[in-house]
Design a protein around this ligand. Structure first.
Ligand code: TXA
Ligand code: MG
Length: 350
């Protein structure tokens, strides 16, 4: 397939380019585009053949449902059976923004979107390119992250090019994604809302608006094989780079000591070893490749850099990565969730 790369100004999207990409969506094609979380691969959510192209390009398992993206609050009504009490307030608090809300689906949503579930995931992104593109197209847009299935989500256009060039119609380059991790996913179909995936909107923020919020057990610990996850995507263990990832957790001095020892052990085995550090500790590690994800005190920066750095380790041909963990508060919950998955829950406590 001939893939066109389209550079668009994220502050002030050029109208002609937006119209061109929107037309590809109307014609049943695929367009990768920036959102405030990560890059998405979009197609007309109401066109089954178009949505199928997304699954094919990504190599995504058919049992993993997609998020439907909209550009205005009013569009929700026809996509869901009903909006539960309290959910309007949730929407006005965090939309447009990095929050995905799961509600009972209406019958205009094709089964391919929901993988046969009776619920649909909906998100109103805030990124100017995403919003104007969806608005101009006039259709709801199904969009998973624009990576090959299993790889870390793309935070810059080059990541999308690396994974999907030749497999999609257009890749828009709109600069780096701000949040760097996928949206928070919350299920509001039950009595008490359930957090299924932590992301840009934090658990603490959700609690402040909703009162009680349950955290799905799959968020921070490995699911045992006999449990059916509420969010199908959770059973896929990785957002993983090619390298093996091992998390080392505990008191700072001990972590540094343990990682340096592990680095030595693995280098002696002939492996190329990476360490994912923070700015404050980077100079204390002695590995083939040490990358800092940001300052300890700035978890937003760490979130924004995480997937980028995981891909960078791969480019450097690292075999194994030892990673420091982060605190669970705020966006830290999302960082830990993605790191744990990248590591397949291989966590060493020291
Ligand atoms: O930030 C984001 O959410 C990005 C950008 C492009 O918007 N999109 C994204 O989509 O991360 P994706 O497909 O990579 O992740 C969607 C997650 C999956 O874990 C999927 O299983 C879950 O949402 N999901 C979708 N529909 C669902 C449903 N009806 N019930 C439960 N989980 C659902
Ligand atoms: Mg994804």
């Amino acid at each position: 397939m001939n893939t066109q790369i389209l550079k668009i100004n994220p502050q002030n999207p050029e109208k002609d380019k937006i119209e061109q990409a929107a037309q590809v969506w109307r014609d049943g094609g695929t367009v990768a585009f920036p959102t405030e979380t990560v890059y998405g691969l979009g197609a007309n959510a109401l066109n089954e053949a178009a949505v199928k192209k997304i699954f094919e390009a990504k190599g995504r398992p058919a049992d993993n449902p997609l998020i439907v993206h909209i550009s205005d609050f009013e569009e929700v009504d026809r996509l869901v059976e009903n909006i539960p009490a309290g959910t309007k307030h949730l929407m006005s608090s965090f939309w447009p923004g990095p929050l995905t809300i799961i509600m009972k689906k209406s019958n205009i949503i094709p089964d391919i979107i929901t993988a046969g579930l009776d619920t649909v995931a909906i998100r109103l992104p805030s990124h100017p390119i995403a919003r104007s593109l969806i608005k101009v197209s006039g259709i709801p847009i199904a969009a998973p992250s624009a990576n090959t299935s299993g790889k870390p989500s793309p935070t810059i256009a080059q990541h999308v090019i690396d994974d999907l060039f030749g497999k999609v119609d257009i890749i828009i380059d709109g600069g780096p994604a701000e949040v760097g991790l996928e949206s928070t996913v919350i299920d509001v179909t039950g009595e008490i809302p359930v957090l299924l995936r932590p992301g840009g909107v934090t658990y603490e923020q959700l609690r402040s608006v909703l009162g009680e919020v349950q955290v799905d057990p799959a968020v921070l610990s490995a699911l045992s094989a006999d449990v059916v996850p509420r969010s199908p995507g959770m059973k896929y263990t990785h957002y993983s780079p090619n390298a093996e990832v091992v998390i080392v957790e505990g008191e700072k001095e001990k972590v540094i000591h343990a990682i340096n020892r592990l680095v030595e052990e693995n280098r002696r085995k002939g492996l190329k070893v990476g360490v994912m550090a923070v700015d404050e500790t980077a100079s204390l590690y002695h590995a083939d490749c040490v990358l800092a994800v940001g300052s300890e005190g700035q978890p937003q920066t760490i979130a924004a850099n995480l997937f980028y750095k995981l891909r960078e380790f791969d480019q450097m041909g690292v075999d194994i990565i030892f990673a420091q963990s982060v605190k669970e508060q705020g966006i830290g919950m999302a960082i830990r969730n993605r790191l744990n998955k990248a590591a397949g829950y291989n966590i060493i406590k020291v």
